[in-house]
Design a protein around this ligand. Structure first.
Ligand SMILES: [Zn+2]
Length: 119
């Protein structure tokens, strides 16, 4: 293939052009693009989980979405350590918000059962 920067012919497997030292588009570059996509997924999972934590039980479905996005982000993790951190944070937040609202629903449910039992 040919270098995008200087135009000289270089090895197909080359990661950096030996002539000008610029990174060339190869499999490595594609991988970076994938990592960016995964990074976005991890961030989306994190944000959705965070939002669901704040917005409460009406949005507890959002914590499921956040959880799924975080898991997907983690499944595709490779060399991007910063997005791994976000994906894990989103995963933890999703689990925490799910647990919080599960407890809330159990408490509310038992109160409702208790009231109807007394009536
Ligand atoms: Zn070059």
């Amino acid at each position: 293939m040919f270098c995008n920067n200087c135009g000289k012919e270089i090895d197909d497997n080359a990661y950096v052009c030996p002539n000008c030292g610029v990174k060339v588009s190869s499999g490595q570059q594609v991988e970076t693009t994938v990592s960016k996509k995964v990074n976005g997924l991890g961030i989306a999972g994190f944000v959705v989980s965070l939002v669901s934590l704040w917005l409460g039980m009406y949005f507890c479905i959002a914590s499921v979405v956040g959880l799924v996005l975080s898991i997907v982000g983690m499944c595709f993790r490779k060399k991007c350590t910063s997005c791994n951190g976000l994906a894990i944070a989103g995963l933890v937040l999703g689990i925490v918000s799910l647990m919080i609202w599960a407890i809330v629903w159990i408490v509310v449910g038992s109160v409702i059962i208790g009231i109807s039992g007394m009536a």
